[in-house]
Design a protein around this ligand. Structure first.
Ligand SMILES: CC(C)(COP(=O)(O)OP(=O)(O)OC[C@H]1O[C@@H](n2cnc3c(N)ncnc32)[C@H](O)[C@@H]1OP(=O)(O)O)[C@@H](O)C(=O)NCCC(=O)NCCS
Length: 192
């Protein structure tokens, strides 16, 4: 079995369409600010209904800057910027978090802004980072959840090697609708 490396190492992972690299605050903050306020990102990644992005008051800006200037110092999670290799520009982020060390498991999340979507970049970013977790880091399980009203993300995760494990019903109240949450995971024994 591969020894488990620590999440403190922040690698650069190179694929065909994307490159994943550590956060460079000066370069990435404007893109990340726009990405977290993007309507699709708000709709599909919030745990409560957020029809409009909150404004940028001083407290939110300070929290945002503190968060992204400290990502490379975190020993228990791995936050990487997704770079579109065709342009060299950052288009979003992909993250391994919720590290469960004794069980060699973690969670994955991803958010791409509009410039990065619908061209296969998300699928490749998920595949690259999951492969890093299951192979280089020796983890056994990478899991995530996806709202049922986000079939694009579900399809991207399936293409990247994740399988559906179950459905948690009516987890999100979105406007006047109840939305289910689909649990998915990739296991080391299945990973090719
Ligand atoms: C989800 C996300 C990472 C996917 O990355 P992406 O680069 O846009 O997706 P890809 O182009 O790699 O793949 C999308 C797949 O879904 C398919 N798809 C797109 N819209 C679809 C829809 N409405 N129904 C079914 N499939 C759909 C595409 O055709 C493609 O599959 P294919 O290659 O078999 O044709 C990205 O769109 C994103 O960050 N969205 C906003 C935030 C978000 O949803 N985050 C995930 C929260 S769980």
């Amino acid at each position: 079995m591969t020894a488990i490396a620590t999440f403190a190492d922040k690698p650069t992972l190179v694929g065909e369409k994307v490159l994943l690299r550590p956060v460079r605050p000066e370069e990435d903050l404007p893109m990340l600010r726009a990405t977290i306020d993007d309507p699709d990102v708000l709709r599909y990644t919030s745990d409560s209904y957020t029809p409009v992005a909150p404004g940028w008051d001083e407290a939110r800006e300070r929290h945002f800057v503190d968060w992204y200037t400290t990502r490379n110092d975190q020993p228990d999670r791995l936050d990487l910027i997704v770079v579109d290799r065709a342009t060299g520009r950052g288009v979003g982020e992909v993250v391994l978090n919720e590290w469960d060390e004794p069980n060699r498991a973690c969670n994955l999340r991803i958010a791409l802004g509009p410039d990065g979507r619908d061209r296969g970049l998300g699928t490749e970013a998920v595949r690259l980072l999951t492969g890093h977790a299951l192979r280089a880091l020796g983890l056994n399980r990478v899991s995530l959840s996806v709202y049922a009203f986000n079939p694009r993300a579900r399809r991207a995760y399936e293409k990247a090697g994740f399988k559906v494990e179950g459905v948690r019903r009516q987890v999100l109240r979105h406007a006047d609708e109840w939305i289910d949450d689909i649990d998915m995971a990739a296991l080391a024994e299945d990973w090719t």
